[in-house]
Design a protein around this ligand. Structure first.
Ligand SMILES: Nc1ncnc2c1ncn2[C@@H]1O[C@H](COP(=O)(O)OP(=O)(O)O)[C@@H](O)[C@H]1O
Ligand SMILES: [Mg+2]
Length: 255
């Protein structure tokens, strides 16, 4: 009997180590992200989750170890636009309208202006902000701003979406709506290829509702403490479902 086909890894980190001054922040991290999976990173504040995302995005180089993107060593990888990064802060440009913030990443491509605007408006509709395209960032609530940041990340149709505590500023109802939207967008993907998502959260319920696998990092120095495989947990996952609640309880107990 042959084993079921596994998606190829899109990100492979081996022995990643990162120091700031004399302090080792990440210590010898091995991590594989398979194409099309949703991966949650959890762990105590300061354990290096954001630093790890920075490395996976190509923004920060590790002091030791290697990152491969689609099999290519990161130093040789040229197509970083395939990886979108939604930062912990929304980083909206205050002098640009909402539409022009969302279209920002497309300006580096050959996309004509009218097409950029059309895509921006489509992404804004996806995150429930139709009609706000001409607003300025300062006119929006924190939750709306983070939805604009998500729309901006999605506008470039990335293969991989990295998100640092993306929904932490949303009220619970909006957060659940965004979870559904994200999973729908992820499954539709680009050119019918499931998008790969790696996200940081403090919310174990969010981790269980969204993720195929949960990577728990331990602190000082940051290292992988535990990998929880949730791939077989049926979807859609409702927080009130007993199997979901039980998994949340297990993760909270381990934290
Ligand atoms: N640029 C930096 N210079 C020095 N120390 C940093 C820098 N970035 C992060 N750190 C430190 O590295 C540790 C991990 O930070 P971070 O990755 O932001 O953790 P987390 O996202 O898990 O809360 C923290 O102790 C933080 O103070
Ligand atoms: Mg962080």
């Amino acid at each position: 009997m042959s084993a079921p086909a596994l998606n190829p890894p899109i990100l492979t980190a081996t022995g990643l180590t990162k120091r700031f001054g004399a302090t080792t922040i990440l210590d010898n991290i091995d991590l594989t992200v398979n194409a099309g999976e949703v991966l949650a990173l959890v762990g105590p504040s300061g354990c290096g989750k954001s630093t790890l995302l920075n490395i996976l995005s190509g923004l920060v180089a590790p002091d030791a170890g290697q990152l491969r993107v689609a099999g290519v060593p990161s130093a040789q990888f040229r197509d970083w636009r395939r990886i979108a990064y939604m930062f912990q802060e929304d980083r909206l440009l205050p002098w640009r309208t909402v539409r022009d913030n969302v279209a920002f990443g497309l300006e580096a491509t050959q996309t004509p202006r009218a097409e950029r605007d059309r895509i921006a408006d489509e992404m804004l509709a996806l995150v429930g902000l139709e009609g706000r395209a001409d607003a300025w960032p300062h006119e929006l609530s924190g939750g709306m701003r983070s939805r604009v940041a998500l729309a901006r990340s999605l506008a470039v149709q990335p293969d991989v979406l990295l998100m640092d505590e993306p929904f932490s500023k949303l009220d619970p109802t909006t957060r659940s709506q965004m979870h559904e939207e994200l999973l729908r967008i992820q499954a539709e993907g680009v050119a019918s290829k499931r998008m790969t998502v790696v996200f940081v959260t403090h919310d174990m319920e969010e981790a269980v509702v969204l993720a195929d696998r949960v990577i728990r990092l331990a602190a000082r120095p940051g290292r992988v403490a535990d990998v929880v495989d949730l791939a077989t947990l049926a979807r859609p996952r409702v927080p009130t479902a007993p199997v979901v609640a039980e998994q949340v309880r297990v993760l909270r107990a381990a934290a």
